[in-house]
Design a protein around this ligand. Structure first.
Ligand code: BGP
Length: 482
């Protein structure tokens, strides 16, 4: 029997986000962004959700992302390591405020533009295709102060100004783009996803759906603009995916799972199909929002459908309507998605349940829904790594996680026929965690000597998973079953 392998031209690689790896948060004219003011520690979730206002870094709080892994100064070394692993693709994000420090400046900051130009050239030198997220949890603080974040329609023009600057400059250097990272996160972490801080008594549902509408319009306009400026470009949407499984076959649980999945599909349905689904319009109506659509909005959405569906997948989710199950089997209150614990699955140290088959299920569901090529742009295991006495990092647990997920993805491609453009492992180099703000939650195949209190030499060390992933890429996945 010939071994099943991934298709030729598959975009193997890794993924990072500017605010989680670059550091240098105030260098070379960079303006302050939402992610710079969300501290690590106990207040993080409240700030990320928009329940506690912090619009500047404050004394007494810790911000590991301000230095992060200093990729701003070390990207050449890091990209050389990616090339050594055989990457065909590197997903990264541009920091909006390196380009437009106030979010909507009349002219872009040349130092910021030059930085990414050099980074993209470095990728090209090794034949690595950049995949660029335009907005990865990144709202300029100046715009939050001016407009209150994405609740205001004027954010669309600011975003498009930023898009025009980067599309014009990087035309020919970048072919693959993503408009917003995990756009559905806006409903759960409204400050992180949309720069929104809720006022006391504010109608949160109304604000969230209004902000969502604005981001969806911005995404559609960006697709149109990208195709106009760079006719060769491919531009996708991106959702935090992971199917909701009903805890039981009680129809109430099934329906609850359907509704919770719709919280996520709300965004991709519109980005992929160009119009609000009927149930989404009913949600808007029930929320009492009557003034969402301005003249021309429906056409804008219809004319800006995406070329591909990118998604992150870490785990599936589980839901129940039974008060007993909810009371005794729920994940901790600070979990991003409200989910009950699936008794069939094991969990990571951070309580994320490990479900490789869930990736195949999710890929099938997304393709059934949209019939557009998929791109797995985040997947991986956050774990504590230890440098052994031999100076190495033996991360067999990470290899096992990735191996099982890649096998499931391979089956989705070879057995189910789903078109998948590529796979970029999240945090291919250790970086700051988005949900916890910690360094100790590591995803990388490259270890970075940096701890939560800022200690460490920033030295890069290849983990066991580095050599393993290199072998996966070299063999197009043929070695996964070894
Ligand atoms: C996604 C984000 C990433 C990333 C990843 C892992 O939600 O797009 O930015 O951080 O999850 O999550 P965490 O860092 O919270 O472990």
């Amino acid at each position: 029997m010939p071994r099943k392998i991934f298709p030729s031209g598959f975009l193997w690689g890794g993924a990072t986000a500017a605010n989680q790896c670059e550091g240098a948060y105030d260098s070379d004219g960079r303006g302050l962004s939402s992610v710079d003011t969300i501290p690590a520690g106990p207040e993080r979730m409240r700030v990320a959700r928009g329940e506690l206002e912090m619009l500047s870094p404050l004394p007494g709080y810790s911000y590991p992302s301000h230095q992060a892994i200093d990729m701003y100064h070390r990207y050449k070394e890091d990209i050389a390591l990616f090339a050594e692993m055989g990457f065909k693709c590197y997903r990264l994000s541009i920091a909006w405020t390196r380009i437009l420090p106030n979010g909507d400046d009349a002219s872009p900051n040349e130092a910021g533009l030059a930085f990414y130009e050099s980074l993209f050239n470095e990728c090209r030198k090794y034949g690595i295709e950049p995949l660029v997220t335009i907005d990865h949890f990144d709202t300029p603080i100046a715009l939050i102060k001016k407009y209150g974040g994405w609740r205001d329609r004027r954010m669309i023009d600011a975003y498009l100004k930023y898009c025009r600057a980067i599309f014009t400059r990087y035309k020919g250097l970048v072919k693959y783009w993503i408009t917003f990272n995990e756009i559905n996160m806006l409903l759960h972490m409204s400050f992180m996803g949309a720069g929104i801080v809720f006022a006391d008594g504010e109608d949160k549902t109304r604000t969230k759906y209004t902000a969502a509408h604005h981001e969806l319009l911005a995404s559609a306009e960006a697709v149109r603009l990208a195709h106009e400026i760079m006719p060769e470009s491919k531009i996708g949407c991106m959702l935090a995916a992971g199917q909701f499984y009903p805890y039981s076959c009680n129809p109430d649980d099934i329906y609850d799972g359907l509704e919770k999945d719709r919280d996520n599909y709300f965004f991709t349905d519109i980005q992929a199909r160009g119009a609000y689904p009927v149930w989404a319009l009913k949600r808007i109506e029930r929320a009492g929002i009557t003034d969402l659509f301005a003249d021309g909005d429906a056409e804008t959405l219809m004319n800006g459908t995406v070329d591909f569906i990118a998604f992150s997948y870490y785990c599936s989710r589980c839901t129940s309507t039974d008060p007993e199950i909810i009371a005794h089997h729920s994940k901790p209150g600070n979990a991003v998605f409200r989910s009950v614990i699936n008794p069939y699955l094991k969990s990571s140290e951070w309580g994320w349940q490990i479900d490789p088959l869930g990736l195949r299920i999710t890929a099938n569901t997304l393709y059934d829904r949209y019939q557009k090529p998929l791109f797995v742009v985040e997947n991986g295991l956050g774990a504590v790594d230890v440098v052994d006495s031999d100076g190495k990092i033996h991360d067999a647990y990470r290899i096992e996680y990735l191996r099982s997920h890649l096998l499931a993805l391979r089956d989705a491609i070879t057995e189910d026929g789903i078109p998948v453009m590529g796979f970029t492992a999240w945090g291919c180099i250790d970086l700051v965690s988005a949900s916890s703000g910690e360094m100790r939650k590591r995803y990388g195949m490259i270890y970075v000597d940096k701890g939560d209190s800022g200690q460490g030499s920033l030295k890069r060390i290849r983990k066991d998973s580095f050599y393993w992933y290199k072998g996966v890429i070299e063999s197009d996945g043929a070695n996964l079953e070894e």
